[in-house]
Design a protein around this ligand. Structure first.
Ligand SMILES: [Ca+2]
Length: 507
């Protein structure tokens, strides 16, 4: 009524003004209500998110990844000289896989395989099999972890051959490529610091700057113990080690490689005798003096990683994170330390394919610690393992299997009975091969040779692979069976790669 009376005694402009004023007041009050409700809801949700974060019991994942380190150059693997007390401690309190192999033994392919969950044949194209197609690397395992609520970090060697314009930093919350050449980085105070130390420094900063509410997945991918290819000076030139391990092994005479008999090299087909494995033998191992100086330096690089890892684990503990952080240690490919007259990786023999794999999960009960796992693991298995730990869905395209059941000691499910291996990079210096490896037999087909050159090794009776049974009439049934199996795996993983002489593509 009051409003009506007001209307009577006031001119129209004033009535309109008052109407508008009332409307404005009404809008304001409605807005205030909406705003208050929004604040309330946001506060509630915020509070809920915080509670969720605090109670998120999913483990943190730390992945230490060495470069060019074969499986046996660790104290816990029985090496008589190399000292790796930190890694040995992780193996003692965790599990060590004694048969971990890579599907393709070269830096960039092994890395792309872990990032994408796919073999080279699957992530690459037929023309350039070692470079990823865009569709294969659109979503890396780190992207899936991120979507699942993990904070992700990456520091170190990248080297994955990605499509043009690819930005690795888009796939991690924190990313810094830290390469070699030089291994020693100049610090602001003018001193130098080895890349191994710098990578761990960044890892520790990542820990300290983490938001409390999220679990994290942190990658520290070292350049050690890769040689500095551009510097052939034996020792600190070719295998530069961090200052922290100066002087280690200096008084030790390292025994020559076990497979050192010249007849082993002589028994190789010409294309392996002339391969990059032989070329680089002369860079590193061809004289006793060079061998001693280089191998001591190489061992120091490994001990340098171990030392830096110790520093990280201490920081993890002081941040109160050691009881819920899984530590993984592995390498990107095997390595010839003069064995068979070879250097480097790239070929089908065990020295080339075998890598360390140690996993420490603090949640494991005491009775499950210190185990050695015999089942064959692959680098392809790493991304599904990380995703299972995080409770994230494992993409159907992934070609490996999660190792979690093996780590936890649940071996009731049947494991794989064979693994597929291949080499499709640097083909002008190392002919391509494809291979099936079982518990007993390894079949290899170097298909860039014309005709294709085959190997058949009996790993049970000839673990050093000194005999080639491919031409032995007593093994023709096995040969035929494994040829069929290899073809089947080739077809499943993306089909045959055209032999080099036919596609004519230099690589
Ligand atoms: Ca490597």
């Amino acid at each position: 009524m009051q409003g009506f009376q007001t209307h009577i005694g006031n001119p129209r402009w004033k009535i309109n003004y008052l109407r508008n004023k009332n409307l404005l007041r009404h809008i304001k009050s409605q807005f205030k209500l909406i705003f208050t409700l929004t604040v309330l809801v946001v506060t509630m949700l915020g509070g809920e998110a915080l509670v969720l974060g605090q109670t998120d019991s999913r483990p943190n994942i730390v992945f230490f990844f060495a470069d060019d380190q074969r499986n046996d150059t660790l104290g816990c693997a029985g090496h008589p000289i190399v000292k790796t007390p930190t890694i040995d401690g992780l193996a003692k309190q965790g599990v060590m896989f004694e048969n971990c192999l890579v599907s393709h033994s070269i830096c960039w392919v092994s890395r792309t395989t872990i990032l994408s969950g796919l073999t080279a044949r699957s992530f690459g194209s037929n023309a350039v099999a070692d470079k990823a197609k865009a569709s294969a690397v659109e979503t890396l395992y780190s992207d899936i972890l991120r979507k699942a609520g993990y904070r992700t970090g990456y520091y170190g060697k990248w080297h994955a051959k990605m499509p043009q314009g690819y930005r690795p930093s888009d796939h991690f919350d924190e990313f810094e490529k830290i390469g070699r050449n030089p291994f020693f980085k100049k610090m602001p105070d003018g001193s130098t610091r080895h890349e191994t130390e710098v990578i761990v420094d960044r890892g520790i900063e990542f820990l300290k700057n983490r938001p409390d509410e999220k679990p994290f997945a942190l990658n520290m991918w070292f350049n050690a113990s890769h040689a500095e290819d551009g510097d052939k000076r034996p020792g600190i030139g070719h295998f530069p080690w961090p200052h922290a391990v100066d002087g280690m092994y200096e008084d030790i005479q390292v025994p020559p490689p076990r497979l050192n008999d010249p007849s082993i090299f002589e028994s190789q087909p010409d294309f392996l005798k002339q391969s990059i494995n032989r070329e680089r033998f002369f860079w590193r191992w061809d004289t006793p003096e060079k061998y001693q100086t280089n191998i001591r330096a190489y061992y120091r690089m490994i001990s340098g990683i171990d030392h830096a890892m110790g520093r990280f684990l201490k920081a993890l503990k002081s941040e109160g994170l050691d009881q819920n952080t899984i530590i993984v240690y592995s390498g990107d490919n095997g390595y010839y330390l003069g064995d068979r007259g070879f250097a480097g990786k790239w070929s089908h023999y065990e020295q080339s394919l075998r890598v360390p794999l140690i996993i420490y999960d603090p949640r494991l009960p005491a009775e499950d610690r210190g185990r050695i796992v015999e089942e064959t693991a692959l680098n392809l298995d790493f991304p599904p393992t990380f995703l299972e730990w995080a409770g994230a869905e494992i993409p159907k395209r992934y070609q490996g299997r999660s190792l979690v059941s093996l780590i936890n000691g649940n071996t009731d499910k049947p494991w794989r009975s064979d693994t597929f291996h291949e080499h499709l990079a640097v083909r002008s210096r190392q002919p391509a091969f494809e291979s099936i490896r079982e518990g007993r037999y390894k079949y290899v087909r170097y298909f860039d040779e014309s005709p294709a050159y085959e190997f058949l090794h009996d790993l049970e009776n000839d673990p050093d692979e000194l005999q080639n049974l491919a031409g032995d009439p007593n093994f023709q049934d096995e040969l035929e069976r494994l040829r069929t199996r290899c073809r089947q795996r080739v077809d499943e993983l993306g089909g045959p790669v055209i032999p080099l002489e036919k596609n004519g593509a230099p690589n």
